[in-house]
Write a protein that binds this ligand. Structure first.
Ligand code: PMT
Length: 218
């Protein structure tokens, strides 16, 4: 039965953006709405999974009672929460748009404007998915790649470098794909295979991604 793959399986999903604070008022963020990650969380829960959904700031609400939502703000917070659970996870899907850099210093007070230009020093954030790949034992690990050029080559590079079993590629060159909207257009890439899908609702895209995982794990 095709539904069995997710039944009672602990499935960890990251979703949404991360916000990297400069001061109590400002942050560096991105356009992720969380819709793609929340759609996969609902779909996995509908298939019987126990879902741990670790999400950056979004307006999305999880409906299924088998979804435990953990809200985080920064990449560092997300990293810590992921590794609170990672050892007990069967399937992990990283769809969060994690900031690669964060301000070196978070000012305690609101940064004051003056007549000069302002230079901000950024330091590298931890790569959560890379570390998930490094620590992988029996987990089935799925990453995402959001690209604007050399899409397939970049995605394949991430598949290998991060020790993934599968990567979902979406390109900002495709209309209706990627951030914010209710639709996406993806390619699912494994070591030996590339499957291309048409433009669909994120709900349908979530089904395609979970079906692909099932086809490999069944
Ligand atoms: O939230 P929506 O508005 O619905 O939009 C969905 C989406 C476009 C955000 C989603 O489909 C998507 O593509 N998510 C991945 C975005 C991204 O950051 O891609 P990337 O190519 O920069 O990162 C590659 C992978 O490494 C991703 O799985 C990412 O979660 C992970 N990563 C990246 C950097 C980092 N410091 N830690 C990570 O874990």
């Amino acid at each position: 039965n095709i539904e069995q793959t997710f039944l009672n399986k602990t499935t960890l999903i990251t979703a949404g953006p991360t916000y990297e604070a400069l001061d109590p008022v400002r942050f560096i963020g991105n356009h992720s709405s969380g819709k793609m990650g929340f759609a996969m969380a609902e779909e996995a829960a509908n298939r019987g999974a126990n879902v741990i959904l670790i999400s950056g700031p979004t307006n999305c609400k999880a409906k299924n009672e088998n979804i435990k939502t953990i809200n985080v703000v920064s990449a560092k917070d997300m990293f810590a929460e992921v590794f609170n659970y990672y050892q007990e996870v069967d399937i992990a899907i990283a769809s969060a748009a994690v900031a690669d850099y964060a301000p070196k210093i978070i000012a305690d007070e609101k940064i004051k404007k003056n007549d000069l230009n302002f230079t901000l020093e950024l330091i590298k954030n931890p790569d959560i998915l890379l570390e998930m790949g490094n620590q992988k034992k029996d987990q089935f690990l799925v990453g995402f790649a959001l690209e604007t050029e050399n899409e397939e080559a970049n995605a394949k590079g991430k598949l290998k470098k991060k020790n993934l079993d599968m990567i979902v590629l979406n390109s900002l060159r495709d209309n209706g794909a990627g951030f914010k909207g209710d639709t996406n257009k993806i390619k699912i890439i494994t070591e030996n295979d590339i499957q291309e899908f048409g433009l669909k609702s994120k709900k349908e895209v979530a089904k395609d991604i979970l079906d692909s995982i099932q086809n490999i794990l069944k």
